[in-house]
Every structure is written in structure tokens, then in C-alpha cells.
Design a protein around this ligand. Structure first.
Ligand code: NDP
Length: 328
């Protein structure tokens, strides 16, 4: 039996590109799930860097729009043809539409069942950054026991999760972070060395006996890219997965030749969650690691959804650690 739902809700809406002030708390209609989709009552929405690019205009968006693709909550309505979930199920997703709202829709095939015993709010910390950390070290560059890798922004959302996953795979993890508090957090997540951003490549060489690391996971981008290349061993891999300091400008491929036959890749989560099976595999491994005590979700802060602007400003000005969640 479907419960009766309101026809309108509160949501964050963006009408024009701009700073955090363009995130407006508005009354909007509750969306209807299209065929193959479900409607979810939000427990928490995840804050992610991509939403700052979409808000500011780095990524082009059709206005108006409700931000957010990550969220958790309870399924309250099914679109036509949905048979894999039922109303009342607690789910999380990285593929929702407009999760900065009291209700959001998501494709049924991209829902992660939240195991009993996992807090439905905390579950919003896992889909986007957790699955990103998972695909980066399991699929883009499969990290192996005995290897040494460098993870930038080690106290960040992806950084804390990625560090824990690499350590669990038996790798030695070196990270970067900007403040003493962040360095301590990164160490707690398993980093053996936490470096400053200035001159990190020379320090990485020292720490690896001159060899360099097997892989660099770089979500900082513009400010770190050059030294990330200089930190790699022969035939090492630079995984550029974001640009929290800005996007990397075009570069000369010959540099990969001169520096030791290096590899560079620029991956994206959507291409690593192509099927329901692949998405479920990643989620199951993450929730299993959480259950086994090797993966702490590291929620650093929660904000009311109505203060999404303050949350995004904190993210952009490097004031956050770990995962930030928005609560309706
Ligand atoms: P974080 O929690 O890592 O926040 C960004 C961090 O980057 C800051 O806390 C800061 O840590 C560091 N940083 C370094 N330089 C700057 C700068 N100039 N301005 C702001 N921050 C800076 O964010 P997320 O975990 O959400 O995302 C990390 C990166 O991963 C982002 O670039 C994001 O776009 C990308 N991403 C990519 C995905 C993909 O599939 N390709 C999916 C998900 C995220 P510190 O102060 O220690 O330097």
C-alpha cells in the first residue's frame, strides 16, 4: 500500500550560475518517478565537489536545477516496471536526481540496499566517494600488496576512504594534507607519511629510495599535477580524478616518454558503474569492509539542507574533512 505523499516539498534550487549564495531554499513540487525509477524520502544528501563545479558554471547546467546526485533514505513510491525494490526499503545512491531535497528520484538499478545495522544517514557517505575510492584502487589502478601509492588530499572525503582501502590491500600509502589537524586524520586512516603540498615529489623520492611510487591518485589537479608526474616510478600511473584546485591545462604527451614511459588516465565514476551488477559489487565490498571494521565512513560534519551554501563554501575553502552530509 502506498502512503499518501505531499505534492510539494522544500529543496535547494539554482536559478543562475554563481557563488554559494545562488543555492536558494525553495518550495517545489515533489517529483514523480519515471518508469524504472523510484521516489526516495531523503535521510541525508551527500555533499560533493562536483556540485560546486555545477553551481559555479565550470560544468554547464540547464537552469533551474536542484543539485545533488548522492543520497540515502526510504523508498516511498515505485515508477512503472520496478520490481527489484519495495516501498519501505532503505537505500543509498550516487545516481539520484536532485538529492538536495526532501524527496528525490533515482534509477532502481543504481540503488544500493543499506544493510540492517548501518545508520541510514551515515549510508549517504558511501555511494559517491566510497564507490569512487573503490573503483580507483580496484579497477583504474588495481593496487597490490607491497606497492607504494600517493593519495592527495588525504583528509578529504575520497582521500580518507581511498587511504583505508589501499592499506587494507596491503599497500603503503603516502598522502598530502594542508593542516596539522588534517594530517593527523590522514595518519589515523592509515597513511604512513603525510606530506605538505610544497616539494612533495622530492620527499616521495626520498621515502621510496629514489624509485618513486607505483601510482598517484590526484583529485587536486592544477596545483599538484606536475609534481605528481615527478613522483612516479618508471611505468608508474597517474590517476587524475578531479581538480579541487582547478583543472589541469593541456600538456605535451612527450613528457610521459621522457619521464619513464608513464601512464595518465582521467577516470569518472559513471564509467565504472555501468551496470547494476558492477554498482552492487562495489557497494557490497564497501559495506562488507565497513561491517568488518576496516572501513570507517568518516562523517566530518552535517549541515541542514537549507544551509547548503555554507556547506559548499566550507568545501571550497578547504574547511571540511572526510564526508559532509546535508540533512532535510
Ligand atoms: P575533498 O573532501 O577531498 O575536498 C577537497 C580537498 O582538496 C580539500 O579539503 C583540500 O584538502 C584539497 N585541496 C587542495 N587544494 C585545494 C584548493 N586549491 N581548493 C580547495 N581544495 C583544495 O573533496 P571530495 O572528496 O568530494 O573530492 C575530491 C576530488 O575528487 C575532487 O576534485 C572531486 O571533483 C573528485 N571526484 C572525482 C570523481 C570521479 O569519478 N572522477 C568522483 C568523486 C570526486 P587540503 O586542505 O588537505 O589540501
Amino acid at each position: 500500500i502506498e502512503e499518501s505523499l505531499p505534492t510539494s516539498q522544500h529543496a535547494v534550487r539554482v536559478d543562475v550560475s554563481g557563488g554559494p549564495e545562488v543555492l536558494q531554499w525553495r518550495q517545489v513540487p515533489v517529483p514523480s518517478p519515471a518508469p524504472g525509477e523510484v521516489l526516495v524520502r531523503t535521510a541525508a544528501a551527500g555533499l560533493n565537489f562536483i556540485e560546486t563545479y555545477q553551481r559555479s558554471g565550470v560544468y554547464r547546467m540547464a537552469h533551474p536545477f536542484i543539485p545533488g546526485s548522492e543520497g540515502s533514505g526510504t523508498v516511498v513510491r515505485l515508477g512503472e516496471g520496478v520490481e527489484t525494490v519495495s516501498p519501505g526499503d532503505v537505500v543509498a545512491t550516487a545516481a539520484g536526481s536532485g538529492t538536495y531535497a526532501e524527496y528525490f528520484t533515482a534509477p532502481a538499478g543504481q540503488l544500493l540496499p543499506v544493510p540492517a545495522g548501518v545508520d541510514p544517514v551515515a549510508a549517504a557517505a558511501i555511494p559517491l566517494q566510497g564507490m569512487t575510492a573503490h573503483y580507483l584502487c580496484r579497477s583504474t589502478y588495481p593496487v597490490e600488496s607491497g606497492q607504494t601509492v600517493l593519495v592527495h588530499a588525504g583528509a578529504g572525503g575520497v582521500g580518507l576512504l581511498l587511504t583505508q582501502l589501499c592499506v587494507a590491500r596491503g599497500a603503503t600509502v603516502i598522502t598530502t594534507a594542508s593542516t596539522l589537524q588534517k594530517k593527523e586524520l590522514s595518519r589515523q586512516a592509515g597513511a604512513s607519511e603525510v606530506l605538505d603540498y610544497t616539494g612533495f615529489a622530492a620527499r616521495v623520492r626520498e621515502l621510496t629510495g629514489g624509485e618513486g611510487v607505483h601510482a598517484v591518485f590526484d583529485g587536486v589537479g592544477r596545483d599538484t599535477f606536475d609534481e605528481s608526474l615527478d613522483s612516479l616510478r618508471v611505468r608508474g600511473t597517474l590517476v587524475l580524478f578531479g581538480g579541487s584546485s582547478g583543472q589541469v591545462p593541456p600538456f605535451d604527451l612527450q613528457r610521459l616518454n621522457g619521464a619513464g614511459s608513464l601512464y595518465v588516465t582521467r577516470p569518472s565514476l559513471a564509467y565504472y558503474t555501468r551496470t547494476a551488477e558492477e554498482t552492487r559489487w562495489r557497494a557490497e565490498e564497501l559495506f562488507a569492509a565497513h561491517g568488518a571494521g576496516t572501513l570507517d565512513f568518516r562523517v566530518g560534519a552535517t549541515y541542514p539542507l537549507s544551509e547548503a551554501g555554507r556547506a559548499q563554501a566550507d568545501l571550497e575553502s578547504r574547511r571540511t574533512t572526510g564526508k559532509s552530509l546535508l540533512l532535510p
